[in-house]
Design a protein around this ligand. Structure first.
Ligand SMILES: [Zn+2]
Length: 141
C-alpha cells in the first residue's frame, strides 16, 4: 500500500472487517497472532486518522497537526402520542486542534472559550476551511 492513498470507505471497510474477525477469532488465537491482529487494527486506525487530515496545515497557534473526524448521517425516530417523526441528522466532517487551542474571538463573541475547529459537509471542504482559517464559532442563545 506504500504511496497509494485509499479512500475513507476503503479504510473503514477494512477496519470493520478486521475488528469483526478479531471478535470472532480472538479466543482461538495464539499470543503472537493476537499481537499481529492488534498491530493491523492500530495501523488501519492510524491510516484513517492520517487520511482525515490529509492536506491540513498545522494549527496556527500550537503548530500541531489537527485531528479530523466524520460524523456520519443518522436517522432518528421521535414518537409522540400524536405522531411519529423521522429526523435526519446530516453527517459532517469536523477538524479541530488536537491540543485544544481556543478561538481568539470565542469569549468576546459568545462569552465562552471555544476550541479552534471547523466543519463542512465533505472532508475536503473541512480541510479547506481549516487551511483558510474559517473557524467555527458557536453562538449561544
Ligand atoms: Zn492548536
Amino acid at each position: 500500500m506504500l504511496g497509494i492513498k485509499r479512500t475513507e470507505e476503503q479504510i473503514l471497510s477494512e477496519l470493520e472487517k478486521a475488528k469483526k474477525e478479531w471478535h470472532e477469532k480472538r479466543s482461538s488465537l495464539t499470543e503472537a497472532e493476537q499481537i499481529k491482529f492488534r498491530e493491523t487494527i492500530r495501523a488501519l486506525n492510524d491510516e484513517y486518522f492520517t487520511h482525515m487530515i490529509d492536506g491540513c496545515k498545522p494549527c496556527e497557534k500550537c503548530g500541531q497537526l489537527p485531528v479530523g473526524l466524520h460524523q456520519p448521517t443518522k436517522v432518528r425516530f421521535k414518537e409522540t402520542p400524536e405522531s411519529k417523526e423521522v429526523i435526519l441528522l446530516q453527517g459532517y466532517y469536523e477538524i479541530g486542534c488536537v491540543s485544544g487551542c481556543q478561538h481568539s474571538k470565542g469569549k468576546e463573541i459568545s462569552g465562552r472559550p471555544q476550541n479552534l475547529r471547523t466543519f463542512a459537509m465533505s472532508r475536503e471542504g473541512a480541510v479547506d476551511n481549516w487551511n483558510k482559517k474559517k473557524f467555527f464559532l458557536r453562538i449561544y442563545p
